[in-house]
Ligand binder design. Structure first.
Ligand code: AMP
Length: 612
């Protein structure tokens, strides 16, 4: 556990669309605004000729540079390229994703004039670095420790990949906690600490790319997760996709032009659709208009709230299906839920609220916590708790989380032998006895899976390992114990021990699921460090350029205010114009050149101005 001496610990909600950072500061949790004053930062990274941009700056260039502006990395993290969900996303995205080694999705961009292959971990690490920097600028001290949130339904490999992204960004990831639990902490901090009754609370968290629903029982500072359900691939971006597809079809029908293979047009349409979707949460209809949309043709079309709902009704209903499943898993009736808490930007959609309210027989939904900020808030509470900061209630906080998916071993005939059933409270350690399946077998390969299907081929292979040195014996005689150990982060270690020989083996994370190797992580760490140095160097150069520019314009203002004789003012104005022209012509930025230019100008201009 990190101590207070290690400085502040932040909570980061690493979202699909937006990220948010919070910290315990001046006796309360504070959401930290970014350099634009916004409390949420787009999880977007753009590469260009000179630098890489993150957050609002990256979104600003999306329309101009769609092939090099990356969003939605969270939808790729810890997944295989061949995953059908990845395949669907890749078709919609204006940037290129290819299949790398071990079926890992690789994002291909052009950065500083060169092709560059990035993993989702790298892109996420750039977003995390930005969030770390936002916190450091606010607090005025370096920040090392963080709690990062992930969707409840993230599997082991997605959680590990997120942890690796944190590590590449230079953060010490104190803990990975799941988003609805973090939101529950935010809700609990406001509602439970002063109350003595026990409550069952359902957290409905519909964000940009993921949907989580979770039921907790809360009593003062002890929160126990009873069950979780959801979908790591359902959220606002899917609603945007539906609207994009609707308009693409309409445009192609009206104008006989094919836009679906034009990334720039699709990127602009997507941005406009996302804006329209937000408007439709407050208006009955809105207009989507894009100048020079495609082939010189403008785009303009109306969409009503009813049409938007019709386009997405199956997805909205899927959300309610997950709520039912979550209640079943918790063995609870909907009437036993005291509060239904809304979290995530997409819960602003009126139809989603209406369906949920109807499902709970007209029960008022709880909107008291901020849907965009609650997760970061809860993560910051957890970060304070883990580092001995915060008030006594925060220190008393006890969280019991659960595993989202069943974990097990593949047995004969491809059957899934479950060792840890889903919704088991973590941390946990479970064991299960296995034996050999043929005579004189001296080694056994254990393949570890995650998922609910009876056949392992339908589940997710996490990893495999071999236990050897088993003394030869008729089949079924050997007695092998397999242990599944899940830590507080929900991360799994599997080990096996042969009773007779005492031989043991433990799972080592391999590249089976596309998890990065130590060498790859080291390479990315080195690259991140290089990026940091390059960014600092670019900033120094830009500062030198800006300082010269400010000096030139400042001199012009001084001349005007000092009312120099016309002849002198004219000469200086000509020189100022030529200096501005010189500045505009500098393609390569060199600090020495700008500093020398400034000194030269100062030596000529300052003596003239000082006389008046
Ligand atoms: P989150 O992941 O919680 O940050 O949620 C981001 C998602 O919420 C994005 O898909 C946004 O488009 C969506 N969103 C934000 N505000 C609204 C709104 N007023 N109506 C509908 N969707 C929204």
């Amino acid at each position: 556990m990190a101590g207070t001496s290690e400085g502040p610990a932040i909570g980061i909600d690493l979202g699909t669309t937006y990220s948010c950072v919070a910290v315990w500061h001046r006796d309360r949790i504070q959401i930290i605004p970014n350099d634009q004053g916004h409390r949420i930062t787009p999880s977007c990274v753009a590469f260009n000729e000179t630098e890489h941009l993150v957050g609002d700056a990256a979104v600003n260039v999306l329309a101009m540079n769609p092939a090099n502006t990356i969003f939605g990395a969270k939808r790729l993290i810890g997944r295989r390229f061949s995953d059908p969900l990845v395949q669907t996303d890749v078709k919609h995205w204006p940037f290129k994703v290819i299949c790398g080694a071990h079926d890992k999705p690789i994002i291909v961009v052009t950065s500083k004039g060169q092709k560059k292959n990035c993993t989702a971990e790298q892109v996420s690490s750039m977003v995390l670095t930005k969030m770390k920097k936002i916190a450091e600028d606010f607090l005025g001290v370096p920040v090392k420790n963080a709690v990062i949130t992930v969707p409840a339904y993230f599997n082991d490999s997605q959680k590990r990949a997120t942890r690796i992204a944190g590590c590449i960004s230079g953060l010490n990831v104190l803990r990975i906690i799941v988003e609805p639990t973090a939101a529950a902490v935010a809700y609990g901090l406001d509602n439970m600490f002063s109350s003595s009754e026990e409550k069952n609370v359902l957290i409905f968290d519909l964000g940009g790319g993921t949907f989580d629903v979770s039921i907790l029982t809360m009593e003062k500072t002890t929160f126990k997760v009873k069950s979780i359900a959801g979908d790591t691939h359902l959220g606002g971006e899917d609603f945007d996709d539906r609207m994009v597809n609707h308009f693409v079809k309409e445009f192609e029908r009206k104008h006989g032009k094919v836009v679906s293979d034009n990334p720039r047009a699709l990127g602009r349409l997507r941005t406009a659709c996302e804006r329209a979707k937000r408007n439709l949460s407050f208006m009955s209809h809105t207009t989507v208009a894009i100048d020079c949309f495609y082939d010189g043709v403008d785009f303009e079309s109306k969409i009503t709230q009813a049409k938007f709902e019709e386009l997405n009704m199956d997805l909205f209903k899927e959300c309610i299906g997950h709520v039912e499943k979550c209640l079943n898993d918790a063995d609870m009736d909907k009437t036993s839920i005291h509060d239904v808490v809304l979290v995530g930007g997409s819960t602003r959609i009126p139809k989603v609220q209406e369906l949920l309210k109807d499902f709970f027989n007209g029960k008022e939904l709880c909107k008291s916590i901020h849907p965009d900020e609650a997760i970061a808030y809860g993560a910051a509470v957890q970060a304070a708790n883990l580092t001995g900061q915060g008030n006594p209630e925060i220190q008393d906080l006890v969280l019991w989380d659960v595993t989202p998916l069943s974990l097990g071993i593949s047995t004969l005939d491809d059957n899934m032998s479950v060792v840890v059933p889903r919704n088991t409270i973590i941390p946990t350690k479970k064991e299960r006895g296995f034996t050999t399946s043929s005579d004189d077998q001296t080694s056994v390969t254990f393949r570890v899976f995650e998922g609910e299907r009876p056949k392992t081929s339908d589940n997710i292979l996490l990893d495999k390992f071999v236990l050897s040195g088993i003394p030869p014996a008729p089949r079924g005689v050997a007695s092998i114990n397999v242990y599944f150990d899940i830590d507080v982060n929900g991360i799994l270690t599997v080990s096996a021990k042969d009773k007779a020989s005492g031989n043991e083996n433990q799972i080592t994370i391999s590249n089976v699921t596309g998890i990065l190797s130590k060498e790859e992580i080291d390479r990315m760490l080195e690259e991140a460090e290089r990026f940091k140095l390059e960014d600092e160097e670019l900033k120094t150069k830009m500062d030198a350029k800006n300082s010269l520019e400010r000096y030139i314009y400042g001199t012009r203002a001084t001349i005007l205010s000092k009312k120099l004789p016309d002849s002198k003012a004219r000469i200086l104005e000509d020189e100022i114009k030529s200096a501005i022209k010189w500045l505009d012509e500098q393609k390569v930025i060199e600090v020495d050149v700008f500093e020398k230019k400034r000194k030269d100008l100062e030596s000529i201009w300052n003596p003239i101005i000082s006389k008046f």
